[in-house]
Design a protein around this ligand. Structure first.
Ligand SMILES: Cc1cc2nc3c(=O)[nH]c(=O)nc-3n(C[C@H](O)[C@H](O)[C@H](O)COP(=O)(O)OP(=O)(O)OC[C@H]3O[C@@H](n4cnc5c(N)ncnc54)[C@H](O)[C@@H]3O)c2cc1C
Length: 382
């Protein structure tokens, strides 16, 4: 693994930063921390911003040229993600469309599906949500019960999803439904327009922000056979690819580092670095973020070299969670007064966002199980 960035990669990072400097409003720092990724304000901004990003060639540079990308490698994709995340993700939930819905369509879509979806995602005009989790199927995703019955010329879908990010702003849902027997076999992926009659979306209010979570109900929702992504009953391979991209799809450490730097600035201003306990905690927090970054770089290096997905993804994912937890513990221990009074939006948002880190994109304990099984060769208790 070569740890140096090439001049071209450095130039690409500068290009992304320059674009952000030109297009983010002056009060973006406050704006992005005060509002969450799915808030009305950030969504409205993203709907204007993403097409501009696309026109500049910075929305899907990692996609093949034939689908509107530039055929850049995974390093460029990661640099772009780091810069976007460090600025509080101005693409809103568009990052799910470009990072895993689009790539799933590229890998498994029919020519008609590709023609219908990919150019519009690449243009920054379509938002997707991910209808995977259900009230009784989260970590054990293969237990999902939402059912799609074959009706001859299509399917009728009944069931419910929960914790769905972006459901109230999405144009399409990448939906998992059971078409066959129990377990992983018998699951099919559908691309469902969110405007289809029979779909009800309710916002779940909570700590994560204005519209972070939703419950989505499917009541006799009719879709044609052409809505299937991949093969009937064999959706698990599509799911595996999406989860691999999702687990290492969001460089959360980039935003966490920004919050940590902000915490350091306050502590420095208050003369608190004289305290050896503060210094030791600060070093541990910084080291955890750097460890997460390097674990992720290992995964990206494998992608660029064409290696198949491996348990390194779980290690990197857990390193991200650990960094978030160590940083929030540090902020809570040394700057807890700011959190209690709510007087610093940056610290608040860093703390609040990190709270979901060990749950979103697969619970931390599930990553640890995979590491135990695949790296340490330990028996896994189910
Ligand atoms: C910010 C955020 C965004 C999300 N966005 C989406 C989305 O867009 N679409 C979507 O479909 N879902 C989404 N989710 C849901 C997420 O995927 C699930 O919450 C997650 O998979 C965990 O499932 P669960 O909530 O049912 O918890 P459970 O699976 O019930 O787990 C509860 C606890 O038990 C532990 N546990 C469970 N099984 C094991 C085991 N075998 N070994 C050890 N411990 C175990 C877990 O680690 C966890 O601590 C989101 C969640 C968050 C926090």
């Amino acid at each position: 693994m070569d740890f140096d960035w090439s001049p071209e990669q450095i130039g690409f990072r500068h290009r992304v930063r320059a674009f952000l400097a030109d297009h983010l409003p002056d009060d973006w720092g406050h704006f992005s921390y005060s509002f969450d990724t799915g808030s009305d304000a950030v969504e409205a901004f993203a709907r204007d911003f993403c097409p501009k990003l696309a026109a500049e060639g910075l929305l899907v540079p990692h996609w093949p040229k034939e689908y509107g990308g530039q055929g850049f490698d995974a390093w460029h994709h990661w640099i772009l993600n780091e810069e976007m995340f460090a600025f509080g993700e101005p693409r809103s939930y568009q990052y799910m469309s470009v990072n895993w819905a689009g790539p799933a369509l590229i890998a498994y879509g029919t020519p008609a599906q590709k023609a219908e979806h990919l150019q519009r995602i690449a243009a920054g005009t379509l938002f997707y949500c991910q209808g995977f989790s259900e009230p009784n199927a989260g970590s054990d995703l293969a237990a999902l019960q939402t059912r799609a019955e074959h009706t001859g010329d299509g399917f009728v879908i009944n069931g419910s999803k929960i914790w769905t990010s972006a459901a109230s702003i999405a144009d399409y849902c990448v939906l998992l439904a059971r078409t066959g027997g129990e377990g992983r076999r018998g699951i099919t992926v559908f691309l469902v327009p969110m405007a289809t009659p029979g779909i009800t979306v309710n916002v779940i209010k909570g700590l994560q922000g204005q519209k972070a979570f939703h419950e989505v109900f499917f009541d006799n929702v009719e879709v044609p056979e052409s809505a299937i992504l991949g093969e009937l009953d064999k959706g698990w391979s599509v799911v595996t690819g999406i989860l691999h991209n999702e687990r290492i799809g969001a460089p959360r450490y980039a935003l966490t580092l920004r919050g940590l730097d902000h915490a350091f600035a306050i502590l420095r201003r208050e003369g608190r670095f004289d305290d050896p306990g503060v210094r030791a905690g600060a070093a541990m927090a910084r080291a955890a973020c750097e460890a997460a970054r390097l674990q992720c770089y290992g995964v990206i290096d494998g992608r660029v070299k064409g290696k198949p997905p491996s348990a390194d993804t779980n290690l990197a994912r857990y390193a991200i969670v650990a960094a978030d937890r160590i940083v929030t513990d540090f902020i809570g221990e040394h700057l807890g007064d700011y959190l209690i009074t709510g007087s610093d939006p940056v610290l608040n948002a860093t703390y609040r966002r990190a709270g979901s880190s060990g749950i979103a994109a697969g619970a931390a304990e599930i990553q640890l199980n995979a590491i135990a099984r695949n790296h340490l060769d330990l028996p896994v208790v189910r």
